[in-house]
Design a protein around this ligand. Sequence first.
Ligand SMILES: Nc1nc2c(ncn2[C@@H]2O[C@H](COP(=O)(O)OP(=O)(O)O)[C@@H](O)[C@H]2O)c(=O)[nH]1
Ligand SMILES: [Mg+2]
Length: 373
Amino acid sequence: MKSAILITYNREDAINEAKGLCDAAGYEVVHTITQNFLQKPKYGISGGALEKLEELSEKLRPDVIVFDEILKPHQNYSLASVLHREVLDREGLILEIFESRASSAESKLQVKLAQLRYEMVRAKEKVRLSSMGEQPGFMGIGKFEIDVYYNDIKHRMQTVRSKLEKAGKQRDLHRQGRKRMGFKTISLAGYTSSGKTTLFNKTTGEAKTQSKELFTTLTTTIRRLIINQEPFLISDTVGFISKLPAYMIDAFKSTLEELVHTDIIILVIDINDSVFELKKKFSSCMRTLSELGVEKDKVVYAFNKTDLQKKEEIQRKIDFLNLTENEKVISVSAKTGENIKELKELIKDVIESQNSQKFNRNSLEGVAESFGN
Ligand SMILES: Nc1nc2c(ncn2[C@@H]2O[C@H](COP(=O)(O)OP(=O)(O)O)[C@@H](O)[C@H]2O)c(=O)[nH]1
Ligand SMILES: [Mg+2]
């Protein structure tokens, strides 16, 4: 696993999320530096913090420095020159995660488009700087080369867009492949650091150390899970990310495409979040699921990390989300294993009711047909 020094905001939720993003991208965080402000002009951070970072970078020799904010190209360049390390900003990190997780032809193209867009913004900044004569030969490139580079990105974006139009048709082939395997599928969804991977490991009974597990989930995000002697395939999806830039939304959604075809979605919700965060994240998840065209009755809501909260507090938070009587709700601890057995039973019940519904629908169709003729 590659190593990273992480620079993020001085807030627990920001730290947890940034660490979660590093994990998902396959970086082990060897040190975390927190700051109240990450948008200082030259390096993003203050001179004092930079000195400390320089020392740490020299000592720990990480593969990358992850900067949990958007960096302008000149900031990235300045940081990398001082630290002699590759610097990955927040958007660059998110794009790496999407790239490693995109599986269908369509999602690969969506991610490519987002990557080009990311480069485009940076190329524009270079053009602007060089035309102001502010930094002649900035990053070793002159005005002419930047123009060529910029036009090349534009051209490549057009190519990807036209490929995307065609890729839509291939999607159906992909879907059929899945069906043929004959397994019922379960997908884990939810925000980064809500506990999807921990739950994935707990339900499938893996016993490796966590960092290794996190790494293996990058390559093998699908495992077999047996409930009542029936085999299922369970998969760990890309997590929702707070403050996702608008231009990345299509790429993100396309990596979630499997949620449309899966039989059960376990929406993992971190009960440890504040009521405000909980509500905000919950509505964002629900909005995205509905935009993807997911049927609501296959969603199981798993309120996770119950080991960190009192029973009354957990209930208060669940009540706050106004879930109706019909929704399938369960509180679990992926860490201690509390209610995992009950979660599996709930899954089994949902599958059974789906089967009987399908049976009813089929028999009704049969009746309609015989009457029609
Ligand atoms: N206390 C507690 N911590 C948990 C639980 N589930 C996950 N975590 C921790 O929450 C963090 C994020 O978990 P992870 O499974 O990587 O989240 P993911 O980003 O959704 O895959 C890790 O530090 C886990 O150890 C839980 O039930 N209880
Ligand atoms: Mg995970």
